[in-house]
Write a protein that binds this ligand. Structure first.
Ligand SMILES: Cc1cc2nc3c(=O)[nH]c(=O)nc-3n(C[C@H](O)[C@H](O)[C@H](O)COP(=O)(O)OP(=O)(O)OC[C@H]3O[C@@H](n4cnc5c(N)ncnc54)[C@H](O)[C@@H]3O)c2cc1C
Length: 393
């Protein structure tokens, strides 16, 4: 097996797979390490926005994506626990699909483009030599191997022991924001609009509900554990008590419904600023910065940042740029594309989690519906931003 590559990528999620596919199609010698065997589940609301669809089309994957039978999402509805809701139709194409299928689609595409994919292969150590990086990789039999790459891209998601190993700038930060995903069988739900992404809010929690195929509905919530909160399965019951519209989704006799559901969760998610180049390593996707999930835009940003770094490597080669020039160009472009979107989404999330600001904000948006359109636009990029027919009920 080859053990020397020009570019190495750690992580085979949307960011890593997109970067890898573009880099390979530009003719770079690329390898990618993914610690899990695919298909695998992943914490996520599993809503795929217009930006994702744009990249699927650019990568010539849209037809294959449609063959996976994603659920088409046509509108958005936000419920306050007071019983009020705000509704808007999308002016753009959006879908729901489980991450196990979606991520597999992207990684298979990267392989077809010629990327050498090591899987399951966890990068456990990075040694920075003068002109290269030596990676220590562990497979699922705990056998270690060494791979050398000239350039390194980190696309390993929002949290990894590698953050500590690399002594990244935010490792001491604590957020107490936890997130959890469940898949619930469609037949176990009563009232549910299949073509709508819905967000249910209550104190210190919001929960996205989104059908991902004919049988499966994703429930994904983010909670602030600064206040005492019940364990994840109980939280679904607690939210029914707090939000009547949420309760209406269920049949009523579902005390045991959640008992055996697999839980996909992560604690202490840090939404603050991270360095996007450290020790000469380029960070993309969530590893570079996590956007608040209610914007439904994380996968789009992951793919866009993957394309960005690939385009810049191509520019470096064409214009003979130095590595330092590539680094500063990447930082500049990344900030221009994503910084404000992330800050806005984080502020909206903060408002939604707190009772007083949520109720006041809800009243405002309920009365001035164009405010919702404006807020959503500011968390998205420029491909197509529209929401239409915003109504409050
Ligand atoms: C609660 C919640 C709900 C969300 N809902 C949505 C949504 O509905 N729509 C949306 O667009 N976005 C959503 N997001 C955001 C979205 O999930 C992320 O932005 C997206 O997954 C980022 O992709 P990524 O490739 O950067 O990282 P990831 O998807 O996390 O992929 C990282 C990959 O790296 C691998 N890896 C990690 N460490 C190593 C290692 N050391 N060696 C090798 N491999 C490694 C992991 O196994 C994983 O496959 C949500 C986020 C949260 C927290």
């Amino acid at each position: 097996m080859k053990d020397n590559f020009e570019i190495g990528i750690i992580g085979g999620g949307p960011a890593g797979s997109t970067a890898a596919a573009y880099l390979a199609s530009y003719g770079f010698d690329v390898c990618l390490f993914e610690k899990k065997s695919f298909p695998r589940e992943m914490l996520c609301g599993e809503f795929l926005s217009i930006e994702v669809i744009y990249f699927l089309k650019q990568l010539d994957l849209f037809e294959e994506f449609i063959s996976l039978q994603p659920n088409k999402v046509r509108s958005f509805r936000l419920f306050n626990n007071s019983g009020k809701n705000i509704y808007s139709k999308f002016n753009f194409e959006a879908y729901g699909l489980s991450r196990s299928s979606f991520d597999n689609l992207l990684l298979c595409n990267a392989k077809r483009k010629g990327v050498s994919v090591f899987q399951p292969a966890e990068a456990i150590k990075i040694i920075h030599n003068v002109k290269s990086y030596q990676l220590i990789i562990k497979n699922n039999e705990k056998k270690e191997s060494n791979i050398t790459v000239k350039y390194l891209i980190a696309a390993y998601g929002k949290q990894s022991p590698l953050d500590n190993h690399l002594k990244r700038n935010f490792i001491k930060e604590r957020s107490k924001l936890n997130a959890v995903k469940f898949h619930i069988n469609r037949n176990d739900l009563k009232e549910f609009a299949e073509d709508e992404i819905q967000i249910y809010t209550a104190d210190n929690i919001y929960c996205g509900v989104n059908a991902v195929d004919k049988n499966k509905v994703t429930f994904c919530f983010l909670e602030d554990r600064n206040k005492e909160q019940p364990p994840p399965r109980m939280q679904l019951i607690e939210l029914q008590k707090q939000n009547k519209a949420f309760k209406k989704l269920f049949n009523g006799n579902d005390e045991n419904l959640f008992d055996n559901l697999p839980v996909y969760g992560t604690g202490n998610i840090y939404f603050g600023k991270r360095n996007i180049v450290e020790d000469g390593i380029f960070f993309i996707g969530d590893a570079a910065g996590v956007i608040a999930p209610l914007s439904g835009d994380g996968i789009g940003i992951a793919m866009e940042s993957g394309k960005l770094i690939a385009d810049l490597f191509q520019k470096k080669r064409k214009e003979n740029l130095s590595k330092e020039e590539l680094e500063s160009l990447f930082i500049k472009k990344w900030n221009k594309l994503f910084s404000n979107r992330m800050k806005t989404a984080k502020t909206i999330q903060w408002f939604i989690l707190k009772k007083f600001s949520r109720n006041t904000g809800f009243l405002l948006v309920h009365s001035f519906t164009s405010l919702l359109q404006y807020l959503i636009k500011t968390t998205r990029n420029t491909f197509e931003k529209g929401m239409s027919n915003v109504k409050s009920e």
